[in-house]
Ligand binder design. Sequence first.
Ligand code: SF4
Length: 419
Amino acid sequence: MELKTKLALLADAAKYDASCASSGGRARDSVGGKGLGSNDGTGICHSFTPDGRCISLLKVLLTNYCQFDCLYCVNRASSNVQRARFTVEEVVHLTLDFYRRNCIEGLFLSSGIIRSPDYTMEQVVEVARRLREDHDFRGYIHLKTIPEATPELLARAGVYADRLSINIELPTVNSLQSLAPEKDASAIKRSMARLRVHIDEARQARQEEAERPITVYRGARPRRTETPSFAAAGQSTQMIVGADATDDATILATSANLYAAYDLKRVYYSAFSPIPHAASALPLKAPPLVREHRLYQADWLMRYYGFEASEITPPQAGGMLSLDVDPKLAWAHANPSRFPVDLNRAPRELLLRVPGLGVKAVDRLLAARRVRRLRADDLKRLHVPVRKVLPFVEVADHTPRGPAPAAPTKHSPQQGVLF
Ligand code: SF4
């Protein structure tokens, strides 16, 4: 099969993987003519599709052959899709070629499982090793790891990759057992825990190295020894939404546990896409894409705004996020007693709960109120969305009249439930 055909097939097969953002990587460059490419360490995936998927990596599968038969996956063993397989050298060649043509800034590599988890993982790691060691490639590499592979292979993957990810696949162990019976929830968690240990150890070693005084030899430039890094951009995971009946409350609770237990950088939510010749256990329709979007917003609230998963999806909403309004606004309407918030006195954590106030806006407000009492006119100057914020706050010359306007209801909250 021609390389171009393989690329078309294996890039298409990888499109279901949403977890490819690259923020938090370690800075590398090729200044001085050494090596190829750079990774500015602040996140290279600055191009995103409207639904949040990153588009600047070469995102491919090593192969779409797979011996597993996960019901929701188009590449499962029983699927009759056209199959293809890259050699290690082909992926290396494509990555370097696209990089030199300025089409990509890195590689996202995943794979179906062929022969055995170890055999497949060895091939995936070998691609990254050749790029780094044989070609001094300094661009971004994200490897999707196979949880059933041996710990040694996972450890080697982290030496070459900026980010590693292991898909949790589904929000509950029961769902995993019924839709992907060959996958082992315990193995997934064990591998995530191992990655966390390696990442923490490497981070600590780098910190100790940074704090150690530099030894300067006569006539030589002062230099720090290079501490080996391990997946400096951390680990992430992906969860399919809407392939089973799990509600948003359970999904967010699972995410909260994953963040706490494995220090994940991100949980990615991927709306289930119906596949040809699907098993009867699967829904016929994809969930509304807005459900995926609401989950990302809720996830953001947990990570940066101090919300607990249980607050975002109260029981009276049937465990589902509203499709009509963002979760922060929905929370504000469900908790009128918490408003209005006094912008001149409220602590940071309360300001973060005001609909329309993002982290940066809150920091600007805190800085501004140190020098004077805030008035309604100040909000515009501070780039605060005044119409959205004013119904929920009071300032020196404004107190809202009555409760904030009710949220519109276009959908019933249960529309995202497929069963
Ligand atoms: S192991 Fe991965 S590629 Fe294979 S069927 Fe399951 S989800 Fe698909």
